[in-house]
Design a protein around this ligand. Sequence first.
Ligand code: NDP
Ligand code: GUA
Length: 481
Amino acid sequence: MTDFRREKILVGGDWIQADAGGRIEVTNPATGAVIGTVPDAGAAETARAVAAAEAAFGPWRALTAAERATHLRRLAQAILDHREALAELLTEEQGKPLAEARGEVGMSAAYIQWFAEEARRVYGEVIPSPWPDRRLLVTRQPVGVVAAITPWNFPSSMLARKIGPALAAGCTVVAKPASQTPFSGLAWGVLGEMAGLPAGVLNIVTGSARAIGGELTANPSVRKITFTGSTPVGKVLLAQAAGTVKKMSMELGGNAPFLVFDDADLDRAVEGAIAAKFRNAGQTCVCTNRFYAQAGIHDEFVKRLAAATAALKVGPGAQDGSEIGPLIDAAAVAKTEEMVADATAKGGRIVTGGRRHTAGAGFYEPTVIADATDAMTFAREEIFGPVAPVFRFETEEEAIRRANATEYGLACYFYTSDLGRAFRVSEALDYGIVGVNEGLVTTEVAPFGGVKESGFGSEGSHHGMQDYLTLKYTAMGGLGR
Ligand SMILES: NC(=O)C1=CN([C@@H]2O[C@H](COP(=O)(O)OP(=O)(O)OC[C@H]3O[C@@H](n4cnc5c(N)ncnc54)[C@H](OP(=O)(O)O)[C@@H]3O)[C@@H](O)[C@H]2O)C=CC1
Ligand SMILES: O=C(O)CCCC(=O)O
């Protein structure tokens, strides 16, 4: 099996160390063991990566769309050829169960394949001219050098949804993966080499987020920043990038509500609830944060949700059959513990779970808390852990109002068998993604993105290309009648 672990950064086709030689340790969250180190690079290395991406931009955008599509198809094939090795590496540094890691790597290939197809559909327009002697053309052009900053929860597929459309559009990339999961990010460099990407088209730097982010936002050659991560860091990047007026897309935090109406199919709702809550141990930005159950089914829903939750198998991601792996680090376990303590102090009732798990220091029991109230921290803040609070509601109007009572607006879910309600509620929810009778909605063919403080821009689908393109209007005059 090919070893994708690289302990160097990729700048202009060369694998190099940080200038000052500093290193960052990477640990396995299931065991706490150090599994390797990566360079602690800063502004200078990042500036060189940007310069390399800028030098590669001209020749890369000059390729035909079909030629770029061929590179991307090879990249997708390389991912599929090495799916198992990539999944094992992902589980080792991130912790998620191997089955989920295989799924994520498969999604990465699907995104790249999708954008290989979209590369050939960057169409322009001819606008009917108000002048008889002129023709008005609109073309789409690559925005330029793209900086992609990604989090630790989906270290492979978050880069796929940025690298794919950027390269398809004719842009070149400087990527900065999260320090806790850099190997899956650096693996994209190896995959790029396998696919024959020209040097400088894809550069990958690891190290100080502040220094690298500072350079990426200040450097005028970077024309676009695409970020997935927390809302506070997104705001910092937006403020920093204002100085050079870059195109931005932000995929930030969420606080997803999951509404279960009296008329819902409860078996289906519980199945969706488990998927929407416990994937990646609750560490996805589209994970349910707040369950709302209508009074008529509330007790039954809590009972069935607790039974399904208690049946989840907790253990290291690499262990066969594991469904809930460790949280990313000790701070995440402590934060989960604090949220549960806050809830119980305010009258929350633990129905299942509620403690650290015996599998190891990084593990927390999948937990259901009933009698949740708006005074509890998780009513407002992202949990990012395996805790499912259930709130009770009476009316549709109340459910919508409470679901929308957050500054976030990424994903939401609701279960009903009433068609009219399905449309009514879906239209009333202030979210970018709505699952109706579905708890798993992510696919490369549909747009993924939020509203309000969950950010802006869409990833995936044919809309996912637009953030990497600029419109150019060309007025051609003097053409006669
Ligand atoms: N929307 C989502 O998918 C995600 C949401 N979150 C939420 O955010 C919380 C914190 O998670 P965390 O991983 O710390 O998220 P962050 O937003 O801190 O990190 C995401 C990425 O941004 C980088 N980064 C951090 N600070 C800066 C900066 N000043 N300039 C440029 N880049 C920066 C990080 O680098 P480095 O790793 O080197 O610090 C990482 O690559 C989670 O508990 C969760 O609530 C987290 C991850 C994903
Ligand atoms: O947490 C995220 O940012 C992405 C979730 C991707 C998925 O739903 O697979």
